[in-house]
Ligand binder design. Structure first.
Ligand code: MG
Length: 369
């Protein structure tokens, strides 16, 4: 089986809430998604998606996905999409860095491998470790009262885990964490994600002020060293996200005891092949994981669901159902949130999703024979 064609589509994904805001005044109102289709000479094709959280979150941006794919796609023609180790080595040899460009290619090839072998991707990634996947809800940065009201509203939709977007003024963030903790009950879990937005002294003030609150602290500062410094002065459970972008830094962070959990995003690390490796190392090190992506629609949500379902249950902190944050369906068969805050994962071969052609529109480019 050989790759014969790579086609890219651009889709706008508007939000149910209208706007998503996080640290340092950043926000996105319409997400810019890239969906790719990888075709083969065997009549089997696969799909993948990459949707960055704007240009100011990670070293990634939406137009960059398409520019990178245009550069990379000619090098993929003729490769066997089922040989994922070879495919990843060839991508890394052809283009340094840019994991977010390679991620949708890798995911599309996992979709092909699943269809070619008649197996759902979750089985190929390690097999079912749970029936359904537990979800968390990200709470966009607003005033403390507005955020507490959102937590209450999403609790009614079945969620029990909440990630607050903090990383603003320290006093405001202390008020946000305390206001949201008040509306939670037994069994609920709160995570305050600063998305690198605090300087060390601000982070020190916040963790000290909320030391009696049952809350996780996620990625307080920009650099790994700053986060490690904050970690060493708080007993609160600690999550690293933006800094954990590959195996090398994960190994260092494990050696340093730098966190209790990581946030594993498929496009941050370059696709499911590399995410699986990081997931397996994290499990061996006793680290729980939030499994998600930078953002996405139905196809990203499906890829998350397959990786999450094949992760040992006690190490899956939660996953994200990005397709419930947006207003636009781009694929049929994608996981949908159940009323109790879980999502089921398809048993169909591959990712189990079929792109909705009219939602994709006309291709931005198509490379191959
Ligand atoms: Mg995060």
């Amino acid at each position: 089986m050989r790759i014969t064609r790579v086609t890219a589509y651009q889709i706008d994904l508007p939000l149910v809430e209208g706007r998503y805001s996080w640290s340092n005044g950043n926000f996105v109102e319409t997400f810019d998604a890239t969906v790719i289709e990888v075709e083969t000479d065997a009549g089997v094709s696969g799909i993948g998606e990459c949707t960055p959280l704007g240009p100011a979150y990670l070293p990634a941006y939406a137009a960059g996905v398409r520019a990178g794919l245009k550069e990379l796609a000619p090098k993929l023609i003729g490769l066997d999409p089922r040989d994922l180790g070879t495919l990843n080595r060839r991508m890394d040899a052809a283009m340094r860095g840019h994991p977010y460009v390679k991620a949708p290619v890798d995911v599309a090839c996992w979709d092909i491998l699943g269809k070619a072998t008649g197996q759902p991707v979750w089985r190929l990634l390690g097999g079912a470790q749970m029936e359904r996947v537990r979800l968390y809800r990200a709470i966009s940065q607003q005033s403390p009262d507005e955020m507490a009201a959102k937590v209450s509203a999403y609790k009614k939709e079945g969620y029990t885990k909440f990630q607050l977007k903090v990383g603003g003024e320290a006093d405001d963030d202390i008020a946000r964490i305390k206001a949201c903790a008040k509306v939670l009950g037994p069994g609920d879990v709160l995570d305050a994600d600063a998305n690198t937005g605090w300087t060390m002294h601000e982070a020190a003030r916040v963790v000290n002020a909320v030391r009696d609150v049952d809350v996780y602290i996620e990625q307080p500062c920009r650099s790994y060293e700053e986060c490690l410094s904050v970690r060493r002065r708080t007993p609160l459970p600690f999550i690293l996200d933006e800094n954990i972008d590959g195996l090398a830094i994960l190994q260092r962070a494990i050696a340093d005891g730098a966190m209790d959990a990581i946030n594993l995003k498929i496009s941050k690390v370059g696709g499911l092949t590399k995410a699986r490796l990081i997931r397996d190392v994290a499990v061996e090190a006793g680290l729980a994981m939030i499994i998600e992506d930078t953002w996405g629609g139905d196809i990203v949500t499906a890829a998350i669901a397959h990786l999450a379902r094949s992760t040992p249950e006690e190490f899956l902190f939660a996953a994200t159902d990005f397709n419930s944050y947006g207003t636009k369906d781009i694929a049929n068969g994608a996981p949908k949130r159940d009323p109790d805050g879980f999502m089921a994962v398809s048993d169909q071969p591959g990712l189990g999703v079929e792109p909705i052609r009219e939602a994709l529109g006309k291709p931005v480019f198509s490379i191959g024979g």
